[in-house]
Design a protein around this ligand. Structure first.
Ligand code: MF3
Ligand code: CO
Ligand code: CO
Length: 275
């Protein structure tokens, strides 16, 4: 069962109604989240110079199909693929294509799978062969940004505390946080309340409560934060063409902190830590 809190009537002002999930919801999210993690683990074996992102998309689709899951992005607002593949200066929503990956590229793969009606949503960075020290540093920074956000995800804190923690950390490294795309509530819907901004002011936004389920998915640029959307209507790139990275977990607020649903069973979530 899902109960809803009307956030407008809570002490803090917000946009809409935030579902609070019970143990059955957490169980559903665990299953969906773990299937996403296994798909991303499988793709770790496949990413190498010469492979196209369309081939990766096909592998992801087959994995989903074989496990009775549906990619949520398939036919979502006209999108036609199982994953987003965002290479180098692509910030997010990169569309799989026939273009082969090249040594030194960094690519984010983002997958959302629906299992028994529950949505798991996760993304990771994949280095293609040897990458530059600069790219490696960006990836490390992005993962650390997600980590400090997760540490702030606990009852009593607010959504603004998560955003502020991420922004403070990233800007201290003299990189920037993208403003145009945010984390989101999810569960039986792909995108729900609350919005999770990756920047902001401590103590503002919505107070976090046990049972809330959402993603944290910071996008970090080596240059300025500004993005533009290409004419395909999806691909978001950095305006200054500097490198961009992202990583994403789905998580649920517990009594004392949070539970991450999309952790890698093989310990492959952070590719830099693995090498
Ligand atoms: N998975 C993305 C997210 O984290 C959404 C992708 S929507 C798509 O919210 F249509 F671009 F695939
Ligand atoms: Co998401
Ligand atoms: Co995603």
């Amino acid at each position: 069962m899902i109960t809803y809190i009307d956030a407008k009537n809570s002490k803090r002002k917000v946009a809409g109604i935030i579902p609070l999930h019970d143990e059955a919801g957490f169980a559903g999210m665990r299953k969906a989240g773990q299937l996403c993690a296994r798909a991303l683990d499988l793709l770790y074996e496949e990413v190498r110079p010469g492979i196209t992102t369309l081939e990766l998309d096909r592998i992801a689709f087959e994995f989903a199909h074989d496990h009775g899951a549906v990619p949520a992005t398939m036919f979502y607002r006209g999108y036609r693929h199982s994953i987003c593949t965002s290479v180098n200066h692509v910030v997010c929503h990169g569309i799989p294509s026939e273009k082969p990956l090249r040594e030194g590229d960094i690519v984010n793969i983002d997958i959302t799978l629906v299992v028994d009606g529950w949505h798991g949503d996760s993304s990771r960075m994949y280095p293609v062969g040897e990458i530059s020290r600069k790219a490696e540093r960006l990836i490390e920074m992005t993962y650390e940004g997600l980590e400090v956000g997760i540490k702030a995800a606990k009852p009593g804190n607010t959504t603004g505390d998560i955003g502020a923690a991420i922004q403070t950390y990233v800007e201290k490294q003299r990189a920037s946080v993208v403003r145009d795309f945010v984390g989101h509530g999810l569960g039986q819907r792909f995108h729900d309340e609350p919005n999770i901004m990756h920047f902001g002011t401590p103590g503002t936004g919505v107070e976090l409560q046990e049972g809330m389920i959402f993603t944290i998915e910071p996008m970090v640029n080596l240059g300025r934060e500004h993005v533009k959307i290409l004419s395909d209507g999806w691909t978001a790139v950095t305006r200054d063409r500097t490198l961009s990275a992202q990583c994403e977990h789905s998580l649920g607020i517990t009594k004392t902190g949070c539970e991450i649903f999309t952790g890698s069973p093989l310990g492959l979530f952070n590719p830099i830590a693995v090498r």
